[in-house]
Design a protein around this ligand. Structure first.
Ligand code: TXA
Ligand code: MG
Length: 332
């Protein structure tokens, strides 16, 4: 009988209550869907690792309702943390900073640092506000797989292993947050994302390099992260036909992913996975198209990556991982 506002609040109240009881709630953010647990409840956090089949040495991001909570979850914060939080939160930026005592070891994989982020999505923010604490949440996919960008993707990935899935529609950004490590003497990007290096550098006023090697395990170091079942081959417009010939001879089910202009004159049996023409739009649909490739049971997807500038850096980074060597044959 309540107003629309009450109806909207109902799932948020239920989700918050579940988190307080140690449950797992999948929720939308502007980047991808997260699989959330009370960051201070160790057994709830342990369930995240179980449900995702995620190695425990891979730390989780703690999501906060607002930037002013930073100091409750971190210590010895550098000026850069406040400047970046001010400029980009709520938004697709995760800051790695020295952790406060309240952050459990399981969340940080026993490190002295923690990843913090204020997401820019009304459902995520309403949930964080209602819950009041930090929500530890990795992307709501099984380990090594493509991150979910719709509630249906989460259902497909995790099904009834989660206690509740909040549906906030399709994610606007479509790629995971930019991760910036501020725990050392210089700021470094650990994962490219929608907050580009250019925009970080504009705020900080100095170069922010991409860190290739780290002590820390993050998806960047697992060569086949963000991978669909289909094999991924990266190529250029000039080489598409050369690349396709042996695949066709092998009798494989082939998809080609690129802009319409890049896909002229393709052989009839090839499935077209069309990418839009701005980088923002490509980021938004990339994971959806990789999932579509799997639904179409393609054996291989040949992709022409966009230029590696601005948001293109994040897109190409994901594609290179998807094309990376696979440690073992993909299951199911
Ligand atoms: O956009 C996002 O960041 C999404 C949404 C749900 O917020 N989350 C996400 O979480 O992508 P996840 O767990 O899939 O990727 C986060 C990465 C992890 O691979 C982890 O290694 C890295 O962040 N990370 C977390 N804490 C860290 C730390 N203390 N030091 C270094 N890397 C850390
Ligand atoms: Mg992930």
């Amino acid at each position: 009988m309540g107003s629309n506002t009450d109806d909207d609040a109902q799932p948020i109240l239920a989700a918050s209550a579940l988190l307080k009881r140690g449950g797992l709630v999948a929720f939308p953010t502007e980047t991808v869907y997260g699989l959330g647990a009370d960051a201070e409840n160790v057994s709830a956090v342990a369930r995240i690792f179980q449900v995702k089949a995620r190695p425990s040495e891979n730390p989780l991001i703690v999501h906060l309702a607002r930037a002013s909570a930073l100091e409750n979850w971190a210590r010895e914060l550098p000026a850069a943390a406040f400047r970046l939080a001010e400029a980009f939160w709520p938004g697709p930026l995760t800051l790695i900073v020295k952790r406060a005592d309240r952050v459990p070891n399981l969340v940080t994989a026993n490190q002295d640092t923690v990843g913090l982020r204020v997401p820019n999505h009304p459902v995520a923010l309403a949930l964080l506000e209602e819950f009041g604490g930090g929500i530890a949440a990795p992307s709501a996919n099984r380990f090594g797989r493509v991150s979910p960008t719709t509630a249906q993707d989460v259902r497909d990935e995790l099904g009834d292993k989660v206690d509740m899935i909040l549906d906030g529609g399709a994610c606007d950004v479509g790629l995971e947050s930019t991760i910036v490590d501020l725990s050392g003497s210089v700021a470094r990007v650990l994962r490219a994302g929608a907050i580009t290096r250019e925009s970080l550098e504009a705020v900080l006023g100095y170069p922010v390099p991409r860190l290739e090697q780290s002590q820390v395990l993050h998806p960047g170091q697992h060569p086949s992260h963000y991978a669909p079942r289909a094999r991924v081959v990266l190529t250029s417009v000039e080489r598409i036909h050369l690349e396709l010939r042996p695949l066709i001879l092998e009798g494989l089910k082939i998809g080609v992913m690129g802009s319409p202009a890049q896909m002229v004159d393709l052989p009839a049996q090839v499935t077209r996975l069309t990418l839009p023409d701005t980088l923002e739009a490509v980021a938004r649909v990339l994971y959806r198209e990789l999932r579509a490739a799997d639904r179409a049971q393609l054996d291989v997807v040949v992709i022409v990556p966009p230029p590696k500038t601005g948001l293109g850096e994040a897109i190409v980074e994901r594609l290179e991982r998807a094309a990376g060597p696979r440690p073992e044959p993909a299951e199911n």
